[in-house]
Structures are given as structure tokens and as C-alpha cells.
Ligand binder design. Sequence first.
Ligand SMILES: [Zn+2]
Length: 281
Amino acid sequence: MPILFRSTGLVGGPDFFVTRGGRGLGVVSMSVTVAVVERPDGLVLIDTGWSRRTCAWPEEHPGRLAKLLLAMKVKPEDAMASQLLSLGYNPGDVKHLVATHLHIDHAGAADDFAQATLHASAREWAIARTLGRLRGYDAALFSRPRTASHVLSGPPRLGFPASHDLFGDDSVLLLDARGHTQGSLAVAVRLHDGWALHAGDAAMFARDFRHDRALPLSPYQRLQSHDLYAQRASYGHLRAAETEHDARVVPAHDLKVFESLPQSAEKAWACAWDKKKRKGR
Ligand SMILES: [Zn+2]
């Protein structure tokens, strides 16, 4: 089972507020998309979704107000640690957590995988420490035993201006997708036919990056982006990845895209290392 996708429950927001070019008052349901990647040495999660604690008691963490504002719909079994059991894995199989950024809907479940290394960009670690809880970061991240901080000093890849080859074998690339936060990443996993690219919140929805100039930005995009110019540049990089580099782009909160993704071992996309394995047989 090489790469599949799960959502830890749903969040929501008014159409006019969260959707680029949206006008309606109705609530748009959004996924909280996590990629589960099986490598020969264990599992890698790209983003973690909400934690077990949050899925069981959202009123307590992130709290009643946040639950209401985010229109959170979560059940205890939505946490990735529970979903992995239903996929036939143990939470202990997870060796690496790669956070597109450190907001709690993306890295909040790191606590459920204490034995795994939590990877994020050096810029993201720095800004999370500076801004803390007020801007959607959880101080608990800083006391975890295993973390890794990455400087993107590698060459331009997949249409992005800078990269880092996470495992040194060209199988997982960290790409500079700053804008939503100062240290946001897009994370690419090499498939046997192209790339799977988790965009995090560099694009919450596919329409965010596919229609760059044609649609007005949403109020959410304007309010939440740390750097709107950088965010727009990241939309361009995502477009290039999709149109010129065979990348299947997965925005973190696009429920329609999520529903089209493989969510079971049978449907999982094959990764490059599976091909090597098959050739070796
Ligand atoms: Zn998010």
C-alpha cells in the first residue's frame, strides 16, 4: 500500500468567506486531508489532522469557540491513530510526520505519535515559536522528543523555487510553498508515474491555484495569508507542478478532490519504490 489519503473529520465555513469567488451564505464542507505513505522502513504521514484528544473532545481542545467557528464535525474514530488501526496498521508503525505547516489541524495529532519524528521547515519552526498559540500553533509541539527542522537549500523542483530531498533518495521532496504561513511546504511523493503533491494550505481548494487572476481572492485568503504575494506565487508554483511536472495536487481542505483520491489499500497509488520492488522480483 504505497500512498492513500484520509480525512480527520470535516470542517466548514460560509461559501462567501472561504471559497475563492464564492458568494453564497451556505456552509462549504471541507476535508482535513492526511496522506499515508508506506515506505520500506515504516509509515510516513503528510500532515496529521486533528489529534485523538480533539476528535474526542473538540469542546475542550481547540475549545467551544473554535469548534463553532470552524464548524468542526469530528468523531473519536476520525483521529489518524484510530484510522490506521482500521487500515491494518499500528500507530507505532509511523516513523515520520511531515507537516506542511504547524497549525493544529495539520500537526495537532503529532502527540499521538510520540515515537515518530516531526519534520517541518526551519522557517515554520521559527515562526511557530514566535507567534505561538495566538496564531494557531500549539506550544506542546516544542516539547516533543523527536523533531527535525529543514532548510530548503536544494535546487528548484517541480516548478517550486527551492526544495529539500527529505530522505536523500529523491522519493519525498519538501518544496517551498510559503505564503499561508512563513514556512509552509508542499510535499511531493514520487509515484511510479509522476508525483503526488500534498499542498497543505498553500492551496486549500483546487480553485485557489487553478484560477489565479480570474477569480477574486476570498476574505479568508486575505485574512489568513501571512504573505499574500508569496501565497499567490505559490499558486503559480502549484499550477506549474500540475501542468508541467505530472504532479497530482492535493489541496488540504478540498472535499471534492479528497473524494476523488484513493482511500483504501486496494486503490492506493503506487510509489516509485514499489516499482523497484516489483522489478526486483
Ligand atoms: Zn488548514
